[in-house]
Write a protein that binds this ligand. Structure first.
Ligand code: GLN
Length: 184
């Protein structure tokens, strides 16, 4: 079976992810309902507003379907928040795909958005990390492996086929995280 990437397209920067998969020549589609999930092998949850996504996905009746998606999942920024077992600031319901606690908007008001070079496990070269009202992973469970760091802080984690990044790789030219995701 070939890869079919589904990008959650309720709200947020899903178009930026779609651009990356176009460039990589990978089959992809936009997900706005439960029916759209049919045939999807890989799910991407973009950056955006987690409260909006929760509200819309629940009213459309497929919030729980997303939570039990068995294939590889890549969540960036807001996506990483929704994948978490616990969400703080404020406390909210996540999908529990990863045993982490994500604290929303954790980089403070002064620096809501910034770009910085971080270390990543999947390449020798530093990675340009774009943070936009980004979360921090304030707790990382035993079975969860950090794969990206800004200084000492984990900004990307993986467990099995679930990968959560606090930054936005879709907003840089480096597609290495998307390629890695396709291989999960
Ligand atoms: N602060 C947003 C949230 O928690 C995430 C921001 C983003 O995805 N750029 O929903």
């Amino acid at each position: 079976m070939g890869i079919l990437v589904g990008v959650l397209a309720i709200q947020g920067d899903f178009k930026a992810h779609i651009k990356v998969f176009k460039k990589l020549g990978v089959a992809h589609k936009e997900i706005r309902s439960e029916n759209d999930l049919s045939g999807v092998t890989h799910l991407v949850v973009p950056g955006g507003e987690s409260t909006t996504i929760r509200k819309v996905a629940k009213s459309e009746g497929f919030w729980n379907k997303l939570a039990i998606f068995r294939g590889p999942v890549l969540g960036t920024c807001m996506g990483s928040v929704l994948m978490a077992r616990q969400i703080e600031s404020p406390k909210a319901e996540g999908w529990g795909m990863l045993d982490i606690t994500a604290k929303r908007n954790a980089y403070g008001r002064q620096i809501n958005s910034f770009t910085a070079e971080g270390k990543i496990a999947i390449s020798e070269k530093p990675f340009e990390m774009v943070f936009i009202r980004a979360p921090k992973f304030v707790r990382v469970g035993d079975k969860v492996e950090p794969i990206a760091w800004l200084g000492d802080e984990a900004t990307g984690v993986i467990s099995g086929n679930k990968m959560a990044l606090a930054f936005h790789p879709e907003l840089t030219d480096n597609g290495c995280f998307h390629e890695y995701f396709l291989g999960l």
